[in-house]
Design a protein around this ligand. Sequence first.
Ligand SMILES: [Zn+2]
Length: 144
Amino acid sequence: MKSIDYECKFCGRKGTAHYHEDAGVENVEFWKSLLACNRCADFHSARLRLFRFLTDVCTHVVQARTGNFKNREELETRSREILESSTKKLCELVSNFYRLTNLWSNDFVEVLMERPDAAWNSLEFYVSRRKKEASFRDVAAQLP
Ligand SMILES: [Zn+2]
């Protein structure tokens, strides 16, 4: 077993990874640059899963609006319900990760229903805004 010291590609936390000599790892520096700590890796994979799920639901909203469905209203209502529960999950995930108060508002669902085609961007905007909030809080905590 070989070990390599690395810095998490997301938060910079130092860690040590292990790999087997026979694993055929050649470009260690390259692989090192891809490594993340467990906390960040768990967060980012859960975030990605929710992003994909939410954008899938939004794609169905677009299809329901452009297609010729008899049950369009029912599809909209059901999509809205799913978006509500899933955006709540995303808010909780992001708030826990950045150690922020979990604030969910129905506006989140409204934004997605208004522009379902721009769902991915809206989700990224939300996460980056919460990340910024956390960094402002951290900077403020260091002020005298
Ligand atoms: Zn990390």
